[in-house]
Design a protein around this ligand. Structure first.
Ligand SMILES: Nc1ncnc2c1ncn2[C@@H]1O[C@H](COP(=O)(O)O)[C@@H](OP(=O)(O)O)[C@H]1O
Ligand SMILES: [Mg+2]
Length: 256
């Protein structure tokens, strides 16, 4: 993959998808359908998916494309692929909380090497540059981002807003926590990437398209994502595209 070509394409597609999503978000009303897995889907998910997948297929016709909204793509098997969640945090979107994101990632040999995460309602845009370093673009200026140096006696934790359960609270209680906040969608990875949080534990189901772009942004900022069970790196291209429980963290956090 030519990263000098990839990054401008995925950045631009994420911005365009975000604009499309905000048209639906800002309308007085929109329809919410329920998918076979009982999760919500809106015209915003579908429009953003159509825009991104057309753009990626045209720019990178030889690269496998996996996208949440196209079930036939889930039957593919690959270790090198593009993976898209056009609207992560649909529950947040439906409830008109701003924590939803557009996610596009490139995975090579199971590792999410590059990605873009765009939170249009918050005007926050994160991506890996061609050289792999992560940036947040503010007012057209891309600034490098870096994880915090964690203080294990006063950790900053972030966890899901809509899937925060007793098991998650029990896990967080193992740590000396200074501040714990909730956020929806893949934004949580980005909060660790900028140093706004030190650790994001996820004891609940996610799919690879929910995490790959945020994982890439976190890696490019010096962080990592490990499996909860054996603390090995979270890898991609797994059968069925489901993730195990995981922890996203700034290195230096003493995992418990
Ligand atoms: N039971 C379940 N099965 C599959 N995915 C689930 C799930 N519960 C939550 N998720 C995933 O978690 C994402 C929301 O994460 P969070 O709770 O961190 O905001 C959802 O993304 P979508 O909104 O794209 O469907 C969804 O894919
Ligand atoms: Mg999702």
């Amino acid at each position: 993959m030519d990263f000098d070509r990839l990054i401008p394409v995925i950045r631009q597609l994420a911005l365009e998808a975000g604009t499309r999503i905000m048209k639906v978000y800002d309308a007085p009303d929109f329809a919410v359908k329920t998918k076979s897995d009982h999760s919500p889907v809106t015209e915003a998910d579908e429009a953003a998916d159509a825009l991104i997948s057309a753009g990626l297929r045209s720019a990178f016709p030889d690269t496998v494309l996996i996208t949440e909204e196209q079930a036939d793509s889930h039957a593919l098997r690959a270790t090198t692929f593009l993976i898209v969640d056009p609207l992560d945090g649909t529950k947040e979107f439906v409830q008109r909380r701003g924590d939803f994101t557009v996610n596009i990632a490139y995975v090579e040999h199971g590792i999410p090497l590059r990605g873009v995460v765009y939170a249009p309602a918050q005007g926050r845009l994160f991506y890996t540059r061609a050289d792999g370093v992560s940036v947040e673009e503010v007012g057209g200026v891309a600034r490098e981002i870096c994880v915090a140096k964690p203080d294990n006696a006063a950790l900053m934790v972030v966890a899901s807003k809509s899937h925060r359960d007793a098991a998650t609270e029990d896990y967080i209680a193992r740590y000396a926590v200074k501040d714990s906040r909730s956020a929806g969608s893949s934004l949580k990875f980005c909060l660790v990437a900028t140093g706004e949080a030190d650790i994001y534990p996820r004891l609940g189901r996610t799919m690879e398209w929910d995490t790959a772009a945020g994982d890439a942004v976190l890696r490019g900022a010096g962080g990592k994502v490990v499996r909860m069970d054996d603390h090995s790196d979270l890898l991609y291209g797994k059968v069925g595209w489901g993730n195990p429980f995981f922890i996203a963290l700034a290195p230096g956090v003493d995992l418990k």
